[in-house]
Design a protein around this ligand. Structure first.
Ligand code: FAD
Length: 428
């Protein structure tokens, strides 16, 4: 067949860009398509922090000399944009009992970065390597024909088909094209989160370089309301709010800023920018490929692989394609790496439900009580949304007998929570 390319990559997020770049470096003929028209106008919400926890996603990243070094996976990505240290993490209860997470000596556990710059620079590298980058182009369907894959594309003026020997789907958490290729059929869809991120100046009472999560019905959401650093300038912060189709983040925002324990913080705040997204929380794909198609990054994950995880997925997917095109079983090798690297692929990952279960499982008064038990201690500095709840609960449960004695109803809930499924915690 004429016009047959080696690889079509769907989606120019960190996973897709890294795939295209690595595949082009290996000499493959690559088309990369992206439905958005530019990276500089990125509207999708993302807190954009590199997570520095040792061993996170089975990697030990270092950021130095304009590069992100993946020391275990043995590759690097250029990044010369701004960085802001995140050194303290605080969990706040409604009456502001605080659980504090930090490394000794204020070593950062995360670094806020400029995602637009990271993606834009990766895209320029792709173009320089000869990748055919097509922005404002949507993949709307396709089929695996056995010896190649046909993908239907749409841009402002045209509807057309591209034929590729292999396809990498890197379309993000909503996994629509992944579904068209039948890969979602055994996945559970737990929930769809609607997220809005407000960039504000003039918020008072928040420590710079800190990541703050506010738990309780007093904040009008089952998910924590989050305030963290921003790259928009001094004295600016990002407020992240998660809701749902029925409990809209806009209405949570109104309530948090006007009618919550945080309202005084917002008395003189001005809105500078706003970003948003809807994120489907599927169970992760244990086998992320079928025939000539592999789905990577958030498209295959339980919620998210994070940006550094997406870069790793892209790097390994490109190597897998290279192997496949040489008649070897690259997709199987990728799958082994995928299963080992991400905590959500482990059988015990449902334990993360403990992190989601604070609200509405516990009343505001109960959260105040639980947090007060840990107040004054500093728990290990970590960003991980898997490790953090574990550290928190381990620390709370050091007081198990006291809880049983003083608050038997809370104790009963704790005992029950360990048997709850993730679906139950999302739906409770
Ligand atoms: C609120 C929020 C906060 C976050 N905070 C952090 C953080 O602090 N640190 C961190 O590392 N990660 C964070 N993440 C997660 C991070 O954004 C993702 O894990 C990461 O971007 C996944 O990369 P990806 O390439 O797999 O998917 P995405 O970044 O979602 O990229 C997918 C791309 O595919 C395009 N696309 C989709 N469908 C099609 C189609 N049919 N045709 C063409 N193009 C298509 C999309 O426009 C998009 O550009 C956060 C996410 C959210 C929602």
């Amino acid at each position: 067949m004429n016009n047959m390319i080696d690889l079509l990559v769907i989606g120019a997020g960190p996973a897709g860009l890294m795939t295209a770049k690595t595949a082009a470096e290996a000499g493959l003929k690559v088309i990369l398509i992206e439905k958005n028209k530019s990276f500089t106008q990125l509207r999708r919400a993302c807190s954009a922090q590199f997570i520095l926890d040792d061993g996170y996603e089975n990697e030990f990243i270092k950021i130095a000399d304009g590069k992100i070094l993946f020391t275990k996976n043995k590759f690097e990505v250029k990044y010369s944009g701004a960085l802001v240290d995140v050194t303290n993490k605080y969990y706040h209860s409604p009456k502001d009992h605080i659980i504090h997470f930090a490394h000794p000596g204020q070593r950062a556990f995360a670094l806020k970065f400029d995602k637009r710059k990271l993606l834009d620079d990766l895209c320029k590298e792709c173009e320089a390597l000869g990748v055919d980058v097509r922005l404002s182009t949507l993949a709307s369907g396709g089929s695996d024909r056995g010896d190649h894959v046909s993908i239907n594309l749409k841009n402002e003026n045209n509807v057309y088909t591209v034929n590729a020997k292999k396809v990498v789907i890197a379309e993000g958490a909503n996994a629509h094209v992944t579904g068209i290729f039948g890969l979602n059929k055994n996945r559970t869809l737990f929930a769809t989160a609607h997220v809005l991120k407000y960039i504000l100046e003039g918020i008072s009472g928040i420590e710079p370089n800190s990541w703050n999560l506010f738990y309780g019905k007093a904040y009008h959401s089952n998910s924590p309301v989050i305030i963290g650093p921003s790259l928009y300038g001094d004295k600016t912060f990002e407020l992240t709010i998660s809701g749902s189709e029925t409990l809209r983040p806009e209405s949570i925002y109104e309530n948090v800023t006007k009618n919550s324990p945080l309202k005084n913080l917002f008395a003189n705040a001005n809105l500078i920018d706003k970003q948003g997204c809807a994120v489907k929380a599927f169970s992760s794909l244990k086998v992320p490929y079928s025939g000539n198609v592999i789905t990577i990054g958030d498209s295959a994950a339980f919620v998210e692989v994070e940006v550094q995880g997406a870069l790793m997925c892209g790097y390994h997917a490109a190597n897998a394609i290279h192997e496949e095109l040489q008649g070897k079983n690259g997709f199987e090798q990728y799958t082994c790496w995928w299963k080992e690297s991400f905590e959500f692929n482990r059988d015990d990952y449902l334990l993360v439900s403990q992190g989601y279960a604070l609200v509405p499982t516990y009343s505001d008064d109960e959260i105040d009580y639980l947090f007060s038990l840990v107040e004054g201690r500093t728990l290990e500095g970590t960003y991980s949304q898997y490790k953090t709840p574990k550290l928190m609960w381990d620390s709370i449960l050091l007081n198990k007998e006291q809880i049983q004695r003083e608050r038997p109803l809370i104790y009963e809930k704790i005992e029950k929570m360990n048997t709850m499924t993730l679906t139950a915690t999302f739906n409770s």
